[in-house]
Design a protein around this ligand. Structure first.
Ligand code: SIN
Length: 328
């Protein structure tokens, strides 16, 4: 048997072993957020659909809350075959492609409909493929929502953020964005944010309403500025080795289930952006600041110059397509 297997690619060995073994294919899906978030609910929906449609053929195991891997390790784990599905934030792909940094540019999308239009455009779809040279396959985008700024003091204008320390995801665009307002960015894993805020090791962070609520950041941040200054979306990703080694019918069925689960997750994201904001306001644990138009204009003026540093990296054509996506 060893002699026969010698010389075959690992994808071929996977196919062969799937054919000879009747046992179901195990698919581990690892993510860092809570189960009641858009991504958590998308993952659970995917499992439910696969359980129903591929019973006995595929077994999905979901690992939420970074139980298995944090986002800094999960893409490596995919390539090693330790997990088969993940959906990190688009801000966490820097080691695999620099092009996705476009999604971090501050004030690029006016709203989620514009982000959706760009993601579905030829340019947006081509960006999914930029991870392929590293052995990953981008199966699609998924929404979370627009990010808000939370802090230990009220942030009305950029000058209010001067000198404060903000946790950011591992993105150079996000680092520049905070430096542009005189703040200090610190790249830290999601799992550490609550403790860093609680112990006052950092002064603030940026995230979506659903993440701020589900991880209770609002309980340790007295102010949240409703800034909608950037996007937090995901790429659902697998490894080429796993995906291409699947039997065709299973791969087709998994992709269908995933597309349905993502559509469901996107609906949850749209609902939660409003309901989680309201729940945070109702909790009275924090003050939510609504920006006046002239205050918002100051944030735009301070942060938008960051685009110039990244336009060659993300591609001028991509940038133009993203800007155009703001027009209906
Ligand atoms: C996530 O939504 O997956 C985590 C975002 C973060 O790291 O802030």
């Amino acid at each position: 048997m060893k002699k026969i297997l010698f010389g075959l690619t690992s994808a071929a060995i996977l196919t062969l072993s799937l054919a000879v073994q009747a046992s179901p294919i195990k698919l581990k899906f690892s993510h860092v957020v809570a189960e009641n978030t858009p991504k958590g609910q998308m993952a659970n929906k995917f499992k439910a659909l696969v359980d129903e449609r591929l019973k006995g053929k595929v077994e999905v195991e979901i690992y939420p809350n970074g139980q298995l891997f944090g986002d800094n390790k999960v893409l490596e784990a995919l390539l090693l075959g330790d997990v088969q599905l993940a959906s990190p934030s688009l801000s966490k792909f820097k080691k695999y492609t620099k092009k996705l940094q476009i999604f971090d540019l501050p004030f690029l999308f006016n709203d989620m409909a514009a982000a959706e239009r760009f993601q579905q455009s030829p340019e947006g779809q081509a960006l999914l493929k930029t991870v392929e040279k590293k052995g990953l396959i981008g199966l699609g985008y998924m929404h979370n929502g627009m990010k808000q700024l939370s802090a230990s003091k009220p942030l009305h204008v950029p000058a209010d953020a001067k000198g404060l320390k903000f946790r950011i995801m591992s993105s150079d665009v996000l680092a520049k964005q905070f430096e542009a307002v005189g703040a200090t960015p610190l790249k830290k894993p999601y799992s550490e944010v609550f403790t860093l805020l609680q112990t006052k090791a950092i002064d603030g962070q940026e995230n979506t309403w659903s993440n701020i609520r589900s991880k209770k950041f609002y309980e340790v941040q007295p102010y949240i500025t409703s800034s909608d200054h950037g996007l937090l979306d995901y790429m659902v990703v697998t490894s080429a080795e796993f995906w291409n080694g699947l039997p065709d019918d299973v791969r087709t069925e998994l992709k269908k289930a995933l597309d349905e689960a993502v559509a469901f997750g996107n609906k949850v994201a749209a609902e939660k952006a409003m309901s989680d904001k309201q729940a945070i306001i109702d909790s009275k644990r924090t003050t939510v600041i609504e920006l006046k138009p002239e205050e918002r204009a100051k944030w735009v003026a301070a942060m938008k110059p960051v685009w110039d540093d990244f336009k060659d990296i993300v591609g001028e054509d991509n940038l133009k397509a993203a800007i155009d996506a703001n027009k209906e």
